[in-house]
Design a protein around this ligand. Structure first.
Ligand code: AMP
Ligand code: MG
Length: 355
């Protein structure tokens, strides 16, 4: 099964050769460049240069035990950074790359521990976005890149989001418009005995199982992490995706959830809070006139549209100065699993059952 994603017309990129030349030079000199991908914007540095990689942690305020994903622009580059590329990995590569899938392998010694957060494994991604690939190719080195946000904030899905968080802290931003998918890549660990899903994304559990059969799922994807239940991806244990606005998720069928959201909104407004409701395009009308700002997020029954807009709407809650916002839970199936994974973290796991 080959999954295809849409491509921007690559020939138009030639108009921007100078931009990529400059970006490549910045990276080779040890600087930082933010760039678009199909998932979210990344903050890139030369993955093989310890000093450059350290600058990423400083600019983002990122804990140093949280490893970075190494981005490549062609498949042969994978063998430069990873050991033990198994037949199973080749199946995944054939099915999904280039695309929004990150794979974890045993790392080659050339990858510094600063990049791998002290681990002996390395996460590798070969993005589909042609601007990302053109940028990485111009660098001539593998590019370590986490999401280009201040640590803890919602990931950036536009150049404007990057500017808001990192203006003055990085050397360049390449603006490639809004991110098409909007959630970070699916991460599968292939360095373990059984392939294990560490982070859900647009490549879903079913899509992966169709290709490789057995797949373990890190328990913390479904349950709240704790001292006893630690995520296998170090980054997933940190406070994440958090707007300043206090988010609450409401579970339940349409009518129960609608009433609960209205009840909680009225209560919050009574307390003098500035309040928001995040709803699908067809549900927005339900909440008109209830005194809260109603913010649109995607279309009902199409979780990929909610995925694409989630981080932008969380950021918008803060731009509007909201104290609190309510949103209905999504079914945790397909891409909905990834949407709920991010949303639960954004809400600090505050979920109310309306039934
Ligand atoms: P970000 O690039 O900010 O979306 O974060 C990358 C995610 O990948 C974090 O949650 C990291 O902890 C995780 N990650 C990167 N490299 C590894 C690795 N070698 N083993 C496990 N998780 C990793
Ligand atoms: Mg991130």
């Amino acid at each position: 099964m080959k999954t295809r994603y849409s491509f921007v017309d690559e020939t138009r990129l030639r108009e921007f050769d100078e931009v990529f030349l400059k970006a490549g030079e910045i990276i080779r000199k040890g600087g930082l460049v933010a760039f678009p991908t199909e998932t979210v914007y990344g903050l890139g540095a030369n993955a093989l240069d310890k000093a450059a990689v350290k600058k990423i942690y400083v600019a983002k305020g990122r804990p140093s035990d949280n490893p970075l994903i190494v981005h490549i622009s062609s498949l042969p580059e994978l063998y430069g950074v990873a050991e033990d590329v198994s037949p199973l990995a080749l199946k995944l590569i054939d099915a999904f790359l280039p695309g929004p899938l990150t794979m974890i392998f045993k790392k080659k010694p050339i990858v510094p521990r600063e990049t791998s957060g002290g681990l002996d494994t390395v996460a590798v991604r070969f993005p589909e976005n042609v601007v990302a690939r053109r940028f990485i190719r111009a660098c001539g080195v593998p590019v370590a890149a986490p999401s280009a946000n201040t640590s803890g904030r919602p990931s950036p899905t536009s150049a404007g989001h990057v500017l808001k968080d990192l203006n003055g802290k990085i050397d360049m931003i390449i603006d490639g418009g809004s991110s098409r998918l909007g959630l970070e890549s699916t991460i599968v660990d292939l360095s373990r005995e059984t392939p294990t899903l560490l982070r859900p994304g647009s490549i879903t559990v079913d899509m992966l199982k169709n290709v490789i059969g057995e797949l373990k799922i890190d328990e913390t994807i479904l349950k709240k992490p704790s001292q006893d239940l630690r995520p296998l991806a170090p980054g997933m244990k940190y406070k994440h995706y958090s707007p300043l606005c206090d988010i609450t998720i409401i579970k339940g069928d349409t009518n129960a959830a609608e009433s609960k959201i209205k009840e909680l909104t009225a209560e919050a407004l009574n307390q003098g809070k500035k309040c928001g409701i995040i709803a699908s395009d067809s549900d927005m009308g339900l909440f008109e006139g209830c005194g809260a700002a109603v913010l649109e997020l995607g279309s009902k029954g199409q979780p990929e549209t909610a995925a694409a807009g989630l981080f932008a709407v969380l950021r918008r809650c803060d731009d509007l100065g909201l104290d609190c916002a309510f949103i209905r839970a999504f079914p945790e199936e397909g891409v909905g699993l990834a949407v709920m994974n991010r949303l639960k973290k954004a809400a600090g796991y505050k979920i109310i059952d309306a039934e």
